[in-house]
Design a binder for this molecule. Structure first.
Ligand code: ATP
Length: 450
């Protein structure tokens, strides 16, 4: 969103660009009225210039950030001073934009990593980031998009968390975040997450996973799950979540940091849950000081892995099968401090490679149930569809893999009754279509030909 230098917004005169992300553009600004001169950063969110559908999304993202920053003030969170709306019909590209007037930072952790993959102050910064996370979680909010570009460095070098477009307020154990995520920082259960009508369900452990990825990157210059591309890294996450590949953290990590990162990257929410920001903070502080870290809280008794694998990774698994195998040698991402932007997980795109997905709304919208394998009882079988007894699917996507990945069964037959009774239809591979059914299917099977 280009804003010309010198552009006036109330008392603020826009200066030079500071950065841009998936949603907003940020500029330096100086207060030029009779009051005290001051510097700030103006974050422009284009809430006036998009199609109605995009507008609704952008407004929601802007409201999340404003809501959080107006209600939660904490030392390790960037501070919001005021919110303005551009009222300037002579500049249609800017008219209607929402502008957040924020404390101005010097740079971001991403900038620091770009210059030096392992910043000397890494451990100290991780303490401050963990403090920020603790302050946020204690206030009842989740960040939802923790990554180096969203950690700002102030002029005294200290870190503050920023960019709360995907932040969400906890409601009990969950919060609802828009359907965006930054793949390298997304835990397995969120990639494969339960999508409710109000968005993606996330929990504090979502941020804890992201903190583990970020800590590994800051301390070693590499991402913890190897792969040269985001797709290969997602493949590695899938194999790790399935339990078919161990977590191979960089051998450079000192033991206390290794344990902290291992706990943050526990493959399931249940195993990660004991390691909340409050319990991590003293351990991170001790590790940063080089002292023996306090003992980790006892891990939740691992739930039966097979069940978790089904719920969490079973459907994820196929994502990997269609993707090229990642090298298992660790430093595949050396030198990369990739600038990752959130990717919208919407519509049919939510259906992972290798799965068949049914949706409660047309065009791949609404709630989704997906399977990698056959299921002879959607309501009572090993991998159930939680909504099939109340809702009828309105669209379907056969995103199966094929012979090139060793799978001859590429078409999907689905049935009105359990145990493959009353055939409804057969879908060739790569078919995505709206469907009009009187009641929900109850079973399906993969087959070689329709
Ligand atoms: N208060 C600030 N002071 C200085 N620079 C900032 C400030 N806020 C943001 N920036 C810079 O602008 C970039 C984009 O800002 P931000 O991440 O808030 O935008 P976004 O569109 O929401 O990004 P994303 O794609 O990560 O969601 C940041 O990575 C940072 O470099």
């Amino acid at each position: 969103m280009p804003v010309p230098a010198g552009y006036r917004l109330g008392p603020w005169a826009v200066g030079t660009p500071l950065g841009a992300g998936g949603f907003g553009s940020v500029y330096t600004a100086r207060r030029e009225d009779d009051g005290q001169p001051a510097d700030a950063a103006l974050k422009f969110l284009p809430t006036g210039t998009q199609t109605p559908r995009r507008l609704r999304h952008l407004r929601e993202l802007a409201e999340r950030e404003i809501d959080l920053l107006s209600r939660v003030r904490a030392p390790r969170l960037i501070r919001l001073h005021e919110v303005r709306t551009v009222d300037d019909p002579s500049r249609p590209e800017l008219d209607g934009a929402t502008v957040l007037v924020l404390d101005r930072a010097e740079s971001s952790l991403q900038d620091l990593l770009n210059g030096s993959p392992r910043p000397g102050r890494g451990p100290e910064l991780l303490v401050e980031i963990c403090e920020g996370l603790h302050q946020l979680h204690r206030a009842g909010w989740l960040h939802g998009d923790l990554k180096p570009a969203n950690v700002l460095l102030m002029d005294d070098g200290s870190a503050r968390l920023a960019d709360f477009n995907l932040a969400a307020e906890l409601e009990g154990t969950h919060a609802y975040s828009p359907m965006f995520s930054t793949p390298d920082y997304t835990p397995p259960e969120t990639i494969w997450g339960d999508v409710a009508e109000r968005g993606q369900r996330i929990r504090p452990t979502t941020d804890i996973w992201a903190f583990g990825v970020l800590a590994h990157l800051v301390l070693t210059g590499t991402l913890p799950l190897p792969g040269a591309t985001p797709a290969a890294r997602r493949d590695a996450t899938v194999r790790y979540a399935r339990g078919t590949e161990p977590l191979r953290l960089s051998p450079e990590l000192p033991p206390d940091w290794r344990q902290i990162i291992t706990d943050c990257l526990a493959p399931t929410h249940q195993e990660r849950a004991p390691h909340d920001a409050a319990s991590l903070l003293p351990r991170v502080r001790a590790a940063a000081e080089g002292a023996a870290a306090p003992r980790a809280p006892r891990a939740a008794r691992p739930l039966r892995r097979a069940l978790i694998a089904l719920a969490c990774a079973g459907a994820l698994a196929a994502a990997g099968l269609g993707l090229h195998a990642a090298s298992s040698k660790h430093p595949a991402t050396t030198g990369s401090s990739p600038r990752s932007a959130p990717v919208a997980l919407v519509g049919y795109d939510r259906c992972l490679k290798g799965n068949v997905c049914f949706f409660t709304e047309p065009d791949g919208n609404g709630r989704m149930c997906s399977w990698e394998g056959d299921e002879t009882d959607w309501l009572g079988g090993a991998s159930r569809c939680s909504w099939a007894d109340q809702q009828v699917p309105r669209s379907v996507f056969n995103n199966g893999i094929g012979p090139e990945a060793g799978e001859p069964r590429v078409s999907l037959v689905y049935y009105a009754g359990e145990k493959l009774q009353d055939r409804i239809d057969c879908l060739p591979r790569d078919t995505r279509q709206n469907i009009d059914l009187a009641r929900s299917p109850r079973s399906h099977v993969w087959t070689e030909h329709c």
